[in-house]
Design a protein around this ligand. Structure first.
Ligand code: 4AD
Length: 466
């Protein structure tokens, strides 16, 4: 009998064993008419299978193997053996399989639109090969995304989405350990939850509605509902109209909301514990994945402090002005200014991860709590990784009259959020929270440079398929 085995588990310790393996035909090479080498891939591990040769049997099978199209799903049954020459490829197992039986389970079209090897190549490798006069195919991002099911088979992509899963997992684990309850809020809602025009509108049985831009209003209402600490992992929809490297029309929101006792810094403290634990975990437990990503998309490890740096908005503005960057007084920071401030903070404090607190009220959403000592500022913060925003958070207004007044001042139709405002009329504790973009965290931790790489099937202003 041949026992099912995983490619990743095939090593010298199982030499001599009869195994059965299912994988993709990663590469096929015929040597004469009697021998073929078939490289089988499972996830990002590969193993070389030797078909034919030796006593001269299996010549028919070798010809069958030589005719297999790349990426076909194949079963082999055979004996694990030590190879004659040491294996060079980093992802390949150190043993071979001497094939006794071979089945093609699913035949891939011979005209693949992109090849996994081409898609796995780093831009640097392509540049190097070109300099050496070789012609290598470089697969551009649009083509990768058009044929994402093939592109996802590269070692870097296999690693990226395992890291994504870990980020989500740590988010849940840390918050659960701190007494938070996981919730789900509706994605079909009556109006914009963040203000602004970036909403997907739809018809809800004759009533105007939209896709939720965030769980903001309902996670706060959950606090009003007696849950002291809640979190949610769910889809967030933004009708972005410009193409950037960091905006998607649908992304995964990691949100939390909590009752606070004295100060919104209680929310910042959770950010601090959560993200330091997350980065520590990724560096420690995902070393193999980070290495695979680094091979295709080189990046420098993230620098972060054991206790996250907090600086005030005014201090940030002062640093930018000193560096000769023009910024508007009490205005929002644009992408360039944020990036520049990230560099200045890195130079001064040796960290790529920090919080900017106490933003002007005017640049924050209507539900944000103004500072008690100066209403022009707010109890709010953003968190930056490598000079780009991953989190925004704040204390919220829990006084219905103030909430209605602030909404009105921003041109929001208070009638459309009446149920939300009313939720604070029945007794509501002071509270705050934050929202994180899962893809942003992944993109910036791994220095991927484009958020589409951090989304399995990205939805951007131009892409609704695959
Ligand atoms: O800054 P945003 O819009 O804040 C909120 O949604 C608040 N309700 C959060 C809160 O609890 N106060 O979005 C939060 C995060 C951003 O920091 C960013 O990481 C991500 O969501 N994000 C996007 N990610 C991908 N594509 C987009 N278009 C994004 N817009 C925001």
């Amino acid at each position: 009998g041949y026992d099912w085995a995983d490619v990743a588990a095939l090593g010298p310790d199982v030499a001599g064993r009869a195994v059965r393996v299912r994988g993709a035909a990663h590469a096929v090479r015929a040597v004469g008419r009697r021998v073929a080498f078939l490289v089988l891939r499972q996830g990002s591990s590969t193993v070389q299978c030797v078909v034919g040769g030796g006593d001269g049997g299996y010549a028919g099978m070798a010809r069958f193997a030589a005719g297999l199209s790349r990426e076909s799903v194949v079963d082999v049954a055979g004996v694990v053996s030590l190879p004659r020459e040491p294996v060079r490829a980093t992802t390949q197992q150190e043993v071979e399989i001497q094939v006794k039986k071979l089945y093609c389970i699913s035949r891939a079209t011979p005209n693949l639109p992109i090849s996994v090897d081409d898609a796995a190549r780093s831009e640097e490798d392509v540049a190097k090969a070109k300099a050496a006069g070789e012609q290598l195919v470089h697969v551009g991002q649009d083509k990768r995304l058009d044929f994402r099911v093939i592109d996802l088979r590269t070692p870097a992509n296999q690693a990226i989405f395992r890291v994504q899963c870990e980020i989500e997992n740590i988010f849940r684990q840390v918050l659960l350990s701190e007494g938070f309850v996981g919730i789900h809020t509706p994605k079909l809602i009556g109006g914009s939850s963040e203000g602004g025009a970036a909403v997907f509108k739809l018809d809800y049985n004759g009533q105007p509605a939209c896709l939720a831009q965030s769980p903001q209003l309902h996670k706060q209402m959950a606090i009003c509902g007696g849950f002291e600490r809640v979190f949610e992992v769910g889809p967030v929809f933004r009708a972005e109209d410009s193409n950037t490297h960091r905006h998607l029309c649908e992304f995964v929101g990691l949100d939390m909301e909590m009752a606070i006792k004295d100060h919104y810094f209680e929310v910042c403290d959770v950010v601090d514990r959560l993200f330091v634990a997350m980065f520590d975990h990724l560096n420690k437990n995902c070393a193999k994945e980070l290495e695979a990503i680094n091979r295709q998309y080189p990046f420098k490890p993230l620098k972060y402090l054991p206790k996250t740096l907090r600086i005030e908005y005014d201090e940030g503005i002062r640093m930018l002005k000193e560096a000769g960057v023009h910024v508007e007084a009490m205005g929002d920071l644009n992408t360039e200014a944020e990036k520049k401030l990230g560099e200045l903070v890195h130079a001064k404090y040796d960290t790529n991860f920090y919080m900017l607190c106490r933003y002007p009220s005017a640049v924050r959403p209507f539900y944000t709590m103004p500072c008690s000592d100066d209403q022009r500022y707010s109890n709010s913060f953003d968190v930056f990784v490598r000079g780009e925003e991953i989190i925004s958070g704040a204390q919220r207004v829990h006084v219905p009259e103030v909430l209605a007044r602030q909404a009105e001042a921003r041109g929001i139709d208070v009638g459309s959020i009446a149920a939300y405002v009313d939720a604070f009329r029945y007794g509501a504790p002071p509270h705050g929270g934050f929202g994180v973009g899962l893809e942003r965290v992944l993109m910036l931790f791994c220095g991927l440079g484009n958020i589409r790489k951090a989304s399995l099937f990205p939805r951007d202003p131009r892409r609704l398929t695959p």
